[in-house]
Write a protein that binds this ligand. Structure first.
Ligand code: HEC
Length: 187
């Protein structure tokens, strides 16, 4: 048996306690910071009042700066101008002609009332914004609706659950062969 000198033992205890103390300080400093980063990176699907019923989809930040996939028009009674925009993942998939769309794809459809240009009678310009509609691809989370989560918003607030029950049915009935997406890249 090697006798352990009490002094050495005491010193090593002291070292362990110091190290544990340091570790605690580091953790206490970093954890709130890490939590805030995690919270900032996860805004899209939070269960807040601004998330759609059923799917928990929110309006993605910065979507107004996204690239145009295609414009569209809707006849009366809605009588709207529309523009479908996509995030970077969507744009790359469209350009590569890739189907199904990869997870992380987000498509946003903006819509406005039609308005006659005050400067030029035959020109139509966007009037009041009506709805913002969002489709988010997450094949695991939204497996029962073709991998897509849906959100429809008026003045930034999601519409009711009944309306959200209609989204997939129509997209499935008419656009199933293109991964439930109607809009094609404008030529
Ligand atoms: C009755 C059919 C119908 C229903 C219901 C419907 N959509 Fe669509 N959706 C379309 C059509 C058609 C387009 C093509 C663009 C256009 O004509 O405005 C479209 C386009 C979209 C797009 C752009 C991507 C694409 O597929 O072209 C999004 C996003 C979208 N819809 C979201 C929704 C959401 C969210 C709901 C439910 C609240 C919904 N849609 C319900 C018919 C429908």
């Amino acid at each position: 048996m090697t006798p352990v000198e009490p002094e050495t033992k005491k010193r090593s205890y002291a070292t362990v306690i110091t190290l544990a103390g340091l570790l605690l300080v580091v953790l206490l400093t970093c954890v709130p910071y890490l939590v805030s980063i995690a919270a900032a990176e996860q805004p899209a699907q939070d269960n807040t009042a601004d998330a759609s019923p059923i799917f928990g989809v929110t309006i993605p930040q910065g979507y107004k700066q996204w690239e145009l996939i295609a414009p569209a028009e809707e006849a009366a009674p809605l009588d709207e101008l529309r523009a479908v925009l996509g995030n970077q993942t969507a744009v790359e998939a469209y350009q590569a002609g890739k189907l199904p769309f990869p997870d992380g794809t987000i498509l946003v459809k903006r819509a406005w009332k039609r308005k006659q240009s005050p400067e030029f009678a035959s020109a139509t310009i966007p009037g009041a914004a009506t709805t913002v509609q969002v489709m988010v691809k997450d094949s695991k989370k939204y497996g029962s609706t073709g991998g897509w989560g849906f959100g429809r918003f008026i003045n930034g607030k999601p519409v009711d659950e009944a309306q959200h029950r209609t989204c997939f049915a129509c997209h499935e009935a008419r656009a199933k062969s293109r991964d439930y997406v109607f809009t094609q890249l404008a030529p």
